[in-house]
Ligand binder design. Structure first.
Ligand code: HEC
Length: 114
């Protein structure tokens, strides 16, 4: 018995499914943009720290204020344009949000539906 389907119909359905899946996985991989807590240090980080690396490298740290200040000074030595007068404010902001008392971030989990 002949199938009543134009030749190639099955192929195009398959192609559509594959491209939909690809599109979906790209959306999942990009995820949410990194969020920074509101505060006077937010724009300091954005202007002086995210030129070279991702937000995660900063947000994943749990440091005391002293250690943050040293870290900021080290990054200034490595080429961050942060002004001398702004370093203390940045250390305040970073230690307020990413100190040893801050709980570790939950790993990102993705729910996969079939
Ligand atoms: C000129 C480029 C540059 C800028 C600007 C910069 N960093 Fe970095 N940073 C680096 C490099 C290079 C590393 C180490 C290599 C890596 O893992 O990416 C690093 C690593 C780090 C680390 C991981 C721990 C360490 O010391 O290796 C932290 C935390 C960090 N940077 C914070 C900051 C903060 C806060 C600022 C803003 C004041 C900043 N960075 C600005 C280049 C930079």
């Amino acid at each position: 018995m002949e199938e009543c389907r134009p030749p190639g119909a099955r192929g195009s359905v398959l192609r559509l499914t594959i491209s939909t899946l690809l599109l979906l996985s790209t959306t999942i991989a990009l995820g949410e943009p990194q969020k920074w807590p509101e505060g006077p240090g937010k724009s300091l980080v954005q202007r002086n720290c995210l030129i070279c690396h991702s937000a995660e490298i900063i947000q994943g740290q749990r440091l005391s204020r002293d250690t943050w200040l040293k870290e900021v000074e080290k990054m200034a030595g490595w080429g961050s344009p942060i002004a001398d007068a702004e370093r203390e404010a940045l250390a305040d902001y970073l230690s307020q949000h990413y100190s040893p008392e801050t709980p570790l971030a939950e790993p990102e989990r993705e729910r996969i539906k079939f």
